[in-house]
Design a protein around this ligand. Structure first.
Ligand SMILES: *[C@@H]1O[C@H](CO)[C@@H](O)[C@H](O)[C@H]1NC(C)=O
Ligand SMILES: *[C@@H]1O[C@H](CO)[C@@H](O)[C@H](O)[C@H]1NC(C)=O
Ligand SMILES: *[C@@H]1O[C@H](CO)[C@@H](O)[C@H](O)[C@H]1NC(C)=O
Ligand SMILES: *[C@@H]1O[C@H](CO)[C@@H](O)[C@H](O)[C@H]1NC(C)=O
Ligand SMILES: *[C@@H]1O[C@H](CO)[C@@H](O)[C@H](O)[C@H]1NC(C)=O
Length: 527
């Protein structure tokens, strides 16, 4: 049923609105058919989803591409500011996006979509790349890939923001890798997967290098830079744009501002537009995305919206007149022979950088988790609440220097990853309970919270997967998930707030799970 509906939707989408897809060659974007270089005149377009949140639970948000009347209301204003790209931060894959996407296509507007959503995103303080996240990411890819005006995806937004959470970037890069592989495996059009970084002086260069280093299959296809350093009447030098430009001179994939527009003085004058689309920058940068369309509490709006009515603000007219003045001269795709062809070098592990370039965290492969669950001899009872898992993890992983938990280990700085660290919390618990109870007589008890399970022996493809993972889960599984679309159609957010303890094998630290997700003031990276 679901497949049918999707196929029908795809037909409708192709039938209307012809827009030329954007392709990447070297460090530049081009219109596929006529080979004209594409410079992004972007506006962030989403209401009510703040990029600052401490939210750990799933929350409701407005999908900006699901309501025809609001899209059509806004497209004319976007067009007045020459907008050819919008950035959306969270969409609901269960909704229909045909009307908005087609209306945008008719207006020559492309979309860059973040793959996460509030509550289902990579948490900088407790990072992981999991089958639940994979299900969310691929569900967005599935609905957006059919539109020719989908320009690209962001696998994360400002996840690492300080040296002490740079380990999280390893998991985001695993998300990039798996999202790219998924697009390929589904034979979708080539759509790039990138990352939107913050402008933190301690880590910005390492971040750019880390995401671009290593094999092309693992690296980003483009780099988005959220930058607010041009405030008021600044200049190329004073804003630091000169140094940023120099830093990306040799970068081998497109870079653009994924958010810009400092609002310390309002109305914003947007004098940076002249620099961004001028001679000093256009060889390196492909334009940028102004933050943002809607006026909200954070005071970054170009317009204020009330029901059907849109009122343009000073920011809007200033942006529109600045954008109207620029005429970046690009190159033709056929004439362009990229000279930046080398990937960046992975940063070394240091006080300021905690993510090894290789290996990355394991492929989020739900098949492996379910194969494993078929073979475990001890499981947690279904009436045990997820928030109580922490105690059981804590006990088992505290035994024998964490040896029973090696299969769920996640250590980004050493690159030691257990094969099952990407499974759902209940599955990870199944794995460690099994490890423990196989070795300790009477070990499947836990005050009545665990019980014996009838095990099946692994055969066929499960046998292969489990053999690669190894008896203690320390092997490397290379296979990718077989499943057609995203696994597990039930809310991918379920269990997102449950924290599986992070520990060092050999040096178990109780820290995170004792805090518990519920009690935590842990900043969840929303987007
Ligand atoms: C190439 O196509 C784009 C979009 O279809 C259009 O905006 C642009 O003007 C075209 N370039 C030329 C040189 O015709
Ligand atoms: C982010 O949101 C939280 C919770 O609403 C708030 O306490 C905090 O001040 C905000 N931070 C910034 C930088 O706006
Ligand atoms: C991480 O570093 C930031 C400053 O860069 C600091 O405010 C924060 O407390 C540190 N977090 C931990 C868990 O050490
Ligand atoms: C559990 O028992 C197996 C078989 O005796 C052994 O190979 C394995 O090392 C034990 N695991 C731990 C963590 O001691
Ligand atoms: C990773 O392992 C190293 C070496 O054992 C250890 O120093 C570090 O604290 C570990 N990191 C995490 C996040 O567990």
């Amino acid at each position: 049923m679901k497949g049918l509906a999707l196929a029908a939707a795809a037909l409708v989408a192709t039938a209307s609105a012809a827009i030329d897809p954007i392709v990447i060659k070297g460090n530049k974007f081009f219109y596929k058919t006529n080979g004209t270089q594409f410079f992004m005149y972007g506006v962030a377009y989403q209401q009510g989803v703040s990029t600052n949140t401490t939210q750990t639970e799933k929350i409701d948000y407005i999908d900006p591409l699901a309501d025809k009347s609001s899209c059509t209301r806004d497209i004319k204003y976007l067009s007045m500011a020459r907008t050819n790209t919008i950035r959306v931060y969270a969409i609901d894959p269960t909704k229909d996006h045909d009307d908005c996407m087609n209306a945008l296509a008719d207006a020559g507007i492309y979309v860059v979509a973040d793959l996460s959503e509030p509550g289902t995103s990579i948490n900088r303080d407790d990072a992981g790349w999991t089958t639940d996240l994979f299900a969310r990411y691929t569900s967005v890819i599935d609905v957006m890939a059919k539109y020719d005006n989908t320009l690209g995806f962001f696998a994360g937004n400002e996840v690492s923001n300080a040296p002490n959470n740079t380990d999280a970037s390893a998991f985001v890069k695993a998300a990039v890798r798996d999202s790219k592989a998924y697009i390929k495996s589904k034979n979708y059009r080539e759509i790039g997967v990138g990352y939107a970084t913050n402008d933190d002086a301690d880590i910005r260069e390492n971040l750019a290098n880390f995401f671009d280093c290593g094999s092309r299959e693992e690296a980003i296809d483009f780099w988005g830079y959220n930058i607010y350093s041009w405030c008021g009447d600044s200049s190329f030098q004073e804003s630091g744009y000169d140094v940023r430009t120099k830093e990306f001179e040799k970068y081998d994939v497109p870079v653009f501002f994924a958010e810009y527009g400092c609002n310390s003085e309002r109305p914003r004058k947007f004098t940076e537009v002249g620099a961004l689309y001028g001679k000093q920058m256009t060889d390196v940068w492909s334009g940028g995305i102004v933050y943002m369309y809607f006026e909200e509490e954070n005071k970054f709006g170009l317009v204020s919206v009330d029901g059907d009515s849109v009122k343009t603000l000073g920011d809007f007219s200033n942006l529109a007149s600045q954008i109207a003045k620029v005429t970046p001269s690009g190159v033709k795709m056929n004439d362009f022979q990229p000279t930046n062809t080398a990937a960046a070098k992975c940063p070394d592990i240091s006080e300021d950088w905690e993510a090894a370039g290789s290996p990355l965290p394991p492929v989020a492969n739900a098949d492996l988790c379910s194969c494993m669950m078929d073979t475990v001899s001890c499981v947690v009872k279904s009436d045990v609440k997820e928030e109580d898992y922490g105690d059981i993890f804590g006990f088992i992983c505290g035994e024998k220097d964490g040896a029973y938990c090696a299969g769920i280990n996640k250590n980004a700085s050493t690159g030691e990853y257990g094969a099952y660290g990407m499974c759902k919390p209940s599955e990870q618990l199944g794995f460690v309970l099994d490890q423990y109870s196989r070795n300790v007589t009477g070990g499947c008890e836990f005050k009545g919270q665990a019980e014996q399970a009838s095990t099946k022996s692994a055969s066929g493809s499960c046998g292969t997967l489990l053999a690669q993972a190894g008896p203690q889960g320390q092997g490397t599984v290379t296979a990718r998930p077989s499943g057609a679309a995203a696994t597990g159609s039930k809310s991918p957010g379920a269990g997102a707030a449950v924290t599986v303890p992070q520990f060092n094998v050999g040096l178990f630290s109780l820290g995170i799970y004792v805090l518990g997700a519920a009690a935590s003031g842990m900043a969840m990276i929303l987007l």
